[in-house]
Design a protein around this ligand. Structure first.
Ligand SMILES: [Zn+2]
Length: 224
């Protein structure tokens, strides 16, 4: 954490860390960071893949960058993910960068920002401690000649909501509706508040996975 702070400025507030090697595949960890007692205790989960010292160090630097100022997952933007990837790859040159195209794009944008002004991130955090809440004008205040289209790309949210097709019964008729939601259960809640007295039949995500009215996937795994 001290290493991340030396590049990007201090964490706000200072947090206590627990690091655990998770006994589950990486994909089944909803997010490697969780918090207890507000944001004063932070738990970072490392997957079995992080038994490899290079991967472990890279993941810790990435996740510690998020700990500079913790926000909820839907709030995280390309700037913060890119800053996390950039620093992990800078400090662990042997690290294989993430092949996920969103991380590749975020990393590239932040690399350009830092090339334009090497201290861009710590200076930006002096006016906005949370990279994910930083606005386009915050970025242009620190790096005035940075291309505005790339500034807009940096402030985009990193995790767009998923899209679901929902089929439900209302007034004896079957109704199909397309909704955006972070989780199927929230999609149901959104529809229920719009149309009281309806009966959800099923929801289907863009990959064709179907969920029942409780938000259970058809194989029984609870989504939240
Ligand atoms: Zn991240």
């Amino acid at each position: 954490m001290a290493c991340v702070e030396s590049h990007y400025g201090f964490s706000i507030p200072h947090c206590k860390f627990t690091v655990r090697i998770a006994q589950v595949p990486f994909d089944s960890i909803p997010h490697p960071i969780s918090t207890e007692n507000g944001i004063l205790n932070v738990l970072i989960l490392l997957s079995p893949a992080c038994h490899d010292p290079i991967a472990r160090r890279g993941t810790l630097i990435h996740e510690c960058t998020h700990c500079l100022f913790l926000v909820k997952k839907p709030e995280v933007n390309y700037l913060e993910e890119g800053a996390a990837e950039y620093l992990a790859c800078l400090l662990v040159p042997e690290l294989n960068p993430s092949p996920d195209l969103r991380y590749v794009e975020a990393h590239g944008l932040v690399r350009e920002l830092i090339h334009a002004r090497p201290d861009a991130i710590p200076r930006l955090r002096e006016i906005q401690p949370s990279l994910s809440i930083a606005t386009e004008s915050n970025i242009l205040q620190i790096v005035p000649d940075f291309p505005p289209d790339k500034t807009a790309l940096l402030t985009r949210k990193f995790y767009p909501p998923d899209k679901y097709t929902v089929l439900y019964l209302a007034d004896g008729k079957t109704v199909q509706q397309f909704v955006e939601a972070d989780y199927p259960v929230q999609a149901i809640e959104r529809i229920l508040t719009q149309r009281p007295g309806i009966a959800i039949q099923y929801m289907m995500d863009q990959q064709g996975n179907r969920y029942d009215a409780e938000g259970y996937e058809e194989d029984g795994e609870m989504l939240r």
